[in-house]
Write a protein that binds this ligand. Structure first.
Ligand SMILES: Nc1nc2c([nH]c(=O)n2[C@@H]2O[C@H](COP(=O)(O)OP(=O)(O)OP(=O)(O)O)[C@@H](O)[C@H]2O)c(=O)[nH]1
Length: 355
């Protein structure tokens, strides 16, 4: 954050809202989620900014009556005009809407999303510095929101991945099979947690089939380490084990078909592996917190499988608002590409597992 941002936002609605709407109607944003992709409809390019005040709160503005998605909260910004760079468009919009001068910073995420009347790409940038007194020059309400409360505001579908990108981990570690040495596996997990991994899928299909009792002991020990590191743990496929250990579950795509309601309480994380738009929509309808989609690139374990590539990933991404990790031949070096195609980040076994 640059020096301009040391000047707080001036007149605003503080953490609250001027008109009483907000977190209570948090479900209103989900209505356009299940639209069927329409490849030839026009793409609207929108650029929006994450503006923070000196206390780290993020500015949301409320869409005024008479516009599409009226009443929902959004990141300030608007449509790019022909020939405009994203930075110039965002600077212009922030001046028109809020009366502030801004320095546009890093790319956060670029979210392709299908709405009933259009295909949208929401390109979200950090605002590195700004000056002036932010006010709703077009009659819109403003709210300065602590980042951990953003998810309780009713926002358009494209904003869910944006809020996730601000708040949730960009790496999702999937464990390898333990082999013969449980202690070495637990030590590697501890090293990954110490290195900052905050979301882990405990997965060992060969061991859990061959020796369930050993896998249960190992998963319990892993859950203990995860808790101590304040990381989120999800057990692959085994809902009973997830409930027993009080951790989340990561569903296989084939499990989605057999479930009609969220199989875990809301406080336990739920995720699913998905391969197409239908599975993603099923995962979203079930109340999954995120999904994993791949393979993006060929991996050493499946060298003959060609990856789907980033464009195909983005095309799947636009059919749901669920945060999605990309998987398959990826590592931390792919994070920027992942975000540019709407991913929450990368999921991986090898590249995130300390050797
Ligand atoms: N600025 C902004 N727009 C967003 C966000 N999320 C999201 O879905 N959008 C959508 O992106 C589009 C932005 O368009 P806009 O605000 O410039 O204009 P509008 O559609 O109200 O204007 P129009 O009446 O001229 O078409 C809208 O369809 C809006 O719903 C967001 O966080 N910020």
């Amino acid at each position: 954050m640059g020096s301009w941002a040391e000047q707080p936002g001036g007149r605003s609605a503080g953490e609250g809202r001027r008109d009483g709407a907000g977190p209570a109607d948090a479900d209103a944003g989900a209505s356009a989620d299940a639209e069927v992709p329409r490849p030839r409809s026009r793409v609207v390019e929108v650029v929006a900014g994450v503006i923070r005040d000196a206390r780290g709160r993020v500015l949301l503005t409320r869409r005024t009556e008479g516009r599409d998605l009226a009443g929902l909260w959004e990141f300030p910004g608007g449509k790019r005009e022909p020939g405009e760079t994203p930075e110039a468009a965002l600077s212009r919009e922030l001046h028109e809407e809020l009366g502030i001068d801004s320095e546009i910073g890093a790319e956060l995420i670029r979210v392709p999303q299908i709405y009933p009347d259009k295909r949208l790409v929401l390109d979200v940038r950090e605002v590195r510095a700004w000056r002036g007194s932010a006010r709703g020059r077009e009659g819109q309400a403003l709210a300065w929101v602590p980042p951990h409360k953003l998810a309780s505001y009713a926002m358009p579908p494209a904003d869910r991945p944006v809020v996730a990108a601000l708040e949730q981990p960009d790496r999702y570690l999937v464990t390898p099979e333990p082999g013969d040495d449980d202690e070495a596996w637990l030590a590697a997990l501890a090293a990954a947690l110490a290195a900052g991994v905050k979301r882990v899928q405990l997965r060992a299909p060969a061991l859990s089939a061959a020796d369930p009792a050993r896998w249960h002991r190992l998963a319990a020990a892993a859950a203990k380490r995860g808790r101590a590191a304040k990381a989120e743990l999800l057990i692959n496929a085994d809902l009973a084990l997830a409930r027993e250990l009080g951790v989340g579950a990561h569903l296989r795509a084939t499990q989605l078909r057999g479930l009609s309601e969220r199989p875990l309480p809301a406080e336990l994380p739920l995720a699913a592996s998905c391969h197409d738009a239908r599975e993603l929509q099923a995962a979203q309808a079930l109340g999954c917190d995120f999904a994993v989609v791949g393979s993006i690139k060929p991996t050493p374990s499946h060298p003959s499988v060609l990856g789907i590539g980033w464009e195909a990933f983005a095309a799947l991404r636009e059919s749901v608002s669920l945060p999605i990790y990309a998987i398959g031949g990826l590592g931390a070096q792919d994070l920027a590409d992942a975000r540019r195609h709407g991913a929450q980040g990368v999921a991986a076994i090898r590249s995130l597992w300390p050797v």
